[in-house]
Structures are given as C-alpha cells and as structure tokens.
Design a protein around this ligand. Structure first.
Ligand SMILES: Nc1ncnc2c1ncn2[C@@H]1O[C@H](COP(=O)(O)OP(=O)(O)OP(=O)(O)O)[C@@H](O)[C@H]1O
Ligand SMILES: [Mg+2]
Length: 286
C-alpha cells in the first residue's frame, strides 16, 4: 500500500487505516497544557489535528490549562503566583484573574480556532450545565484551590450527539456557588473516567515522562500502571508532572483504556502518536 505524507517528518501508511477503523466512535479526552500553547501557529495546528480526529468519527473533549498566561496576568497585577506540589494555590484575589484568563480568554480563543475549521465547539467552564461540582482541596477558606467532587456528563452527551466539541476550562463551583480553580489535568482525568473514555491524552511541554527531567533521551515510551505508581515513590516526578501522573493513575483505575503524555510543542505530535505505530510520547496502560 502507498504512503500518504502528512509532513516531512512522517507519513501515514496502511497501519493508519487500521487505527482509524479502530478509533471510529471512540471517545478521547485531551488536555492541552498552557505550557504547550505559547506558539500561536502550533496552537492552530493542534486544533487542526483535533478537528481531523473529530472528522474521523472520534468524540473529542478538550480540557485546557493556561498556567503560563495566568502567571503573566498575575505578574502584571503584582500578585505572586504560588504552587504546592505542582498545583496552583489560589487565593480570592488570584481566583478572579484565573477565572477571567481561563474562561474569558483562553477558552474563547480555542473555540474560535475550531470555528476556523468549520467545527461547532462550545466553550464551557465546570459551572455550565452543572458539569463539575467542586469542593475545597484545603481546609483554609481563603484557598480556592479545588478538587472534583462529581461530574455531570449530561451536557457532554448532548454535545456529542450533535457532533459538537466541548472545550472546557477547569473552573467550577460548589453547591453554595463558591468558585474554585481545579488543576486541569485532574479535571480531564475525572471527565475521562466519567465518560469511560478510550483515551486520555495530556499535551505538555515535555516529550513525555522523563526519567531525568533534564535529558529528553530518558523518555519512558511505554509504562504500566504499576510502574507509574513506583515512579512517584522514586522521586522522578516533580512540579506540574505530579498532578499529571496522579491523573493518569486515577483515569486508568477508572477503566480509561490508555493515557498518553505527549509534547504539544512538536508539529502534529497528536497525529504521530495516535495514527502511527511509531509513537512519540509516553503511553501508559493498565
Ligand atoms: N519526570 C518528569 N518528566 C517530564 N516532566 C517533568 C518531570 N518532572 C517534572 N516535570 C515538569 O512538569 C512540567 C509540566 O507540567 P506543567 O504543569 O508545567 O505544564 P502543563 O500541565 O502542560 O500546563 P498547565 O499547567 O498550564 O496546564 C514540565 O515542564 C517539567 O518541568
Ligand atoms: Mg500543569
């Protein structure tokens, strides 16, 4: 069978056809990290790649982060960004900025990019249609860092049945209407678990899980759920990779079939990872 070229780096072959066949009707939850969003051209390309997957009959949910953009805005307003174990600590002053940047700016920019590909996408925060119920992660009432209490996937099924792509910002409220900022990897994992998604895909600014974070040749391409749990104990994982790994573990334990962590700064990395057997990132299966 002849090959068809996607870029000068790779091409599709007969294996691609069998993967497309396998994926038809599947559900993929993709988390697009703010860290990988910095180049606008690449951002458009990522949305084009997701549009292609949508046209191939895959149900796509896009959850986005935006850490770097939030930090820029906090710095402009002389508010110091704070993190603990890779998770942002959000006080009430920072919360307003986080919500404005994630829901008002990044979410709408991504929806607008889908518009350019003639795809109907709907931007949602966890508040819309009661998609996510949040609760506090910490005891302090002035820390608005939240966790997912429950997911109400009704609106997602409604959107899938009309071939819309949900684009989700990781802001949600509790039953009393108090707003929380939740780590976007955690939200993506909870949504993937609730939907029993076939894949959870985390796009970040690293080639995948590295045994040595400073050496990309130490990429771990295939790893089992058990070995992943050991990595956490071995101190290989730090910063923003901590909630990512925990999210992978939670999703796989909730019957999501596989999780991929891939480099969102690499051209067509999603297609390369999903539509060829010569994958580029880390894949974790249970
Ligand atoms: N073993 C590891 N392998 C790969 N990355 C690691 C590892 N340990 C720590 N990291 C860090 O994890 C970071 C990715 O998480 P980070 O939260 O910064 O980005 P993101 O989640 O993609 O973006 P956002 O938080 O804006 O959604 C990398 O930039 C890297 O510094
Ligand atoms: Mg992160």
């Amino acid at each position: 069978m002849s090959n068809f070229v996607i870029s000068d780096r790779f091409y599709f072959s007969s294996e691609t056809l069998s993967l497309i066949n396998k994926y038809f009707g599947s559900t993929f939850v993709i988390k697009y990290g703010g860290s990988a969003m910095q180049n606008p051209n690449l951002q458009s390309q990522v949305i084009e790649d997701l549009s292609l997957l949508h046209f191939l009959g895959i149900n796509i949910v896009l959850v986005h982060g935006g850490g770097i953009f939030i930090n820029n805005w906090l710095n402009r307003l002389n508010i110091e960004p704070k993190f603990e174990n890779g998770v942002r600590i959000t006080d009430p002053e920072a919360m307003e900025i986080v919500e404005m940047v994630l829901v008002g700016k990044i979410n709408k920019e991504l929806v607008s990019l889908f518009n350019q590909n003639n795809i109907c996408s709907i931007g949602l925060s966890g508040k819309d249609a009661n998609l996510i119920h949040a609760s506090a992660m910490f005891k302090s009432t002035s820390n608005l860092t939240g966790k997912v209490k429950s997911i109400n996937s009704k609106v997602l099924h409604l959107l899938f049945s009309n071939r819309f792509i949900p684009v989700i910002a990781s802001i949600a409220s509790d039953l009393k209407g108090k707003t929380y900022n939740i780590n976007a990897d955690t939200v993506a994992s909870s949504i993937a678990s609730e939907l029993k998604a076939d894949k959870l895909i985390l796009l970040t600014d690293m080639p995948g899980i590295l045994r040595d974070v400073h050496d990309s040749s130490t990429l771990i391409k295939d790893i089992s759920l058990d070995s992943l749990t050991n990595l956490l104990a071995e101190d290989v994982i730090s910063g923003g990779m901590i909630p990512k790994i925990q999210s992978c573990i939670d999703a796989l334990r909730s019957n999501v079939k596989s999780v991929h962590i891939i480099d969102g700064r690499l051209e067509h990395s999603i297609l390369h990872e999903l539509l060829t057997y010569n994958r580029v990132g880390s894949m974790i299966v249970s």
